[in-house]
Design a protein around this ligand. Sequence first.
Ligand code: ZN
Length: 241
Amino acid sequence: MTTKPLVALLSGAGISTDSGIPDYRGPAGLWRQDPEAEKLVTHEHYMGDPDVRRRSWQMRRRTGALRPEPNAAHRAVVELERSGVPVRVLTQNVDGLHQRAGMPARKVLELHGSARHVVCVKCGAKGAMEDALARIDAGEDDPPCLECGGVLRPATVMFGEPLDPSVLAEAAAIAKACTLFFAVGSSLQVHPAAGLAQVAAEHGARLVVVNAEPTPYDGIADEVVREPIGTALPRLLRELA
Ligand code: ZN
């Protein structure tokens, strides 16, 4: 009889690659390589320039048309959770695929927010991205908040914005409390992801890095796995269930 691990799983862009979502915001991500595209997701430009907002909505409409589905790695996390192992997901992704795969929303902490929702910058009203994009389809180019007329934006953390301190604090608490920390598909080069792996390791968690490329934390990891996430993660998690 072994004690069940308390699992924290940090996921980055690499876990969603098999779902057809490219790495947009990582250090080598598409947005970083294209200054015009980066403007569309940079707070200062988004708020200050209606034309940036119009292009941003069009960009979301185009990329949203891909309708990404969860993949084997997302499903493996759900299976682990359903097997009774306590698991919390900390994700750098805004795609909502952990929840779509079946993870209870309360067990997924979205460090960079969610691209599946929109929020009004004036009154804070929240809505579904799907509804906002339907308004774009219907001919609006910069749909305002239906409650107060304020600027609507995706409920994501844009470049130039701080992360939500309460989300960060909760993520740190999970990293401290877990006994097994998986870093999956993250380059671990960006705050706070990198810091969370460190915190987990410092507090005695076993650190497992699953990533195609080397990360700065491979040296302190208990296990480094280079094989594709879509096969590696289901195998690693099945061993725990
Ligand atoms: Zn509003």
